[in-house]
Ligand binder design. Structure first.
Ligand SMILES: [Zn+2]
Length: 442
């Protein structure tokens, strides 16, 4: 199998649906980062809009929205997902570098650095196609109607479904309280522990909650849209927060008639693996593909294109590359996965097929492939390529037509932390042509 790296091979085909092109220097002049709008299913006038990442320090919410984008296939209905609304704050791992974005929906000065972001998300909320909106948050503690103790009280925001008012005068989805109750009931039928119990929290915004009047959901309500907040508790680990968000989201999809196939088990463990396995970034038209789930903190002498912006495609909308000097840092939501230390190179244009002998069998592989190896591989001479197996040294300085085993490559040069994945780099003259990775069996 060509993409034979990772645990859940069946998922790989879903990723291709959303491969999104980012360019590292997309940081706009005012220091923000554009968010993604991912449309799934068949667009119609009964669209569910799911928003994650309005505050960058709430990973349960934005990871859930992102899993919905990457690991669900929508077979009926229309789903729009914004998994990274405040992308800059997600990458910065800060609640709001320019203040709380969820207080910018009533009045906002045109000089606010997030003005364009707010205008853009408002236009999606106002779209005639959108009928129901869910905004995902992680809140502290556990919301309870009555005070129990400092972590379980009416002042806590974790584990609840939020509405601004009981009903709204619209044709469909007008009974907000009833819809919220259905969601709460569905979540509570699947609790991991009794403490996590959900409740509906009606903020009664119209009755004078000055803070809530400035929020995204209240803006939606005022634009005649059914809108809900969904909160998981910051007291839970991220994959358990995502478990509750996804339970709620699946119920919302049921309510609007969206049918889906999920490509992992909806359990904390299933979600943990969906978040952490099979994440990739590919660079420069696929000449290089990096598996990220076990990547080293730092990769040295990495061939980065000279005098150009770094172009990449990611398997997940929360992936991003930030350049600082000659260091290119790969971010995944709140986490820094790896730093690539640039070895600036001219790039050869075409993407090519080269030949390897893998465990005695000849294989034609494209640049950007990741090849499973049981015992040994041998790189065939190809065209005029100069070939460098990173971490392998040979007295004759020639690295082709020699069987290479894992023990012959210095482990510190592996791409992954555990020492299974190695780089074969192809050069033509002084130009970098492409990279193939070999992945030895565990
Ligand atoms: Zn929040």
């Amino acid at each position: 199998m060509q993409m034979g790296y990772g645990l859940n091979r069946g998922m790989l085909k879903l990723y291709s649906v959303i491969l999104t092109l980012f360019i590292a220097s997309l940081l706009s002049a005012n220091g923000t980062l554009d968010f993604d709008l991912i449309k799934k299913g068949q667009e119609n006038n009964n669209t569910l809009l799911v928003i994650g990442g309005i505050q960058g320090d709430e990973p349960g919410g934005f990871i859930s929205a992102s899993l919905l984008a990457t690991h669900y296939e929508i077979t009926e209905g229309s789903l729009w997902i914004v998994p990274n609304l405040n992308f800059y704050s997600i990458i910065k791992r800060s609640r709001g570098p320019y203040g709380d974005m969820n207080r910018k929906f009533a009045y906002l000065s045109k000089s606010d650095p997030e003005y364009d972001t707010i205008q853009r998300i408002k236009s999606y909320i106002q779209s005639d196609k959108v009928k129901l909106i869910v905004n995902l948050h992680d809140g502290s503690g556990f919301y309870r109607k009555n005070y129990e103790d400092k972590d379980h009280s009416p002042y806590k925001w974790g584990q609840c479904s939020i509405i601004d008012q009981k009903t709204i005068k619209i044709d469909k989805y007008s009974n907000l309280k009833e819809i919220s109750s259905q969601v709460v009931e569905h979540v509570n039928a699947n609790l991991l522990r009794d403490e996590d119990r959900y409740h509906t929290h009606n903020t009664k915004t119209r009755e004078g909650d000055k803070e809530m009047e400035k929020t995204l959901t209240y803006f939606a309500i005022n634009n005649s849209k059914a809108a809900f907040g969904n909160e998981a508790s910051k007291n839970l680990p991220t994959h358990e927060r995502a478990y509750y968000h996804l339970l709620a989201l699946e119920k919302y999809m049921d309510i609007v008639g969206i049918k889906y196939k999920r490509n992992f088990k909806l359990t904390p463990n299933g979600i943990y693996h969906a978040i952490n396995d099979d994440i990739y970034i590919s660079l420069y038209d696929g000449k290089i593909k990096l598996p990220l789930s076990q990547i080293r903190d730092s990769l040295k002498y990495f061939p980065i294109k000279k005098d150009a912006e770094v172009e990449f495609k990611a398997s997940n909308p929360l992936l991003h590359i930030v350049k600082r000097g000659n260091i290119y840092t790969i971010h995944y939501g709140n986490r820094q996965l790896a730093k690539l230390k640039a070895d600036y190179q001219e790039y050869d244009k075409p993407n090519n097929v080269v030949t390897l002998e893998v465990d005695g069998k000849l294989k034609e592989v494209m640049f950007g492939s990741i090849i499973d190896v049981e015992k040994s591989f041998l790189v065939k001479d190809a065209n005029d390529y100069r070939i460098n197996v990173i971490g392998f040294t040979n007295k004759s300085k020639i690295e082709t037509n020699i069987k290479i085993k894992k023990t012959q490559i210095a482990k510190r040069f592996s791409v992954d932390k555990k020492g299974y994945v190695y780089r074969i780099e192809y050069y033509l003259g002084k130009k970098f042509a492409g990279m193939v990775l070999v992945k030895f069996k565990n």
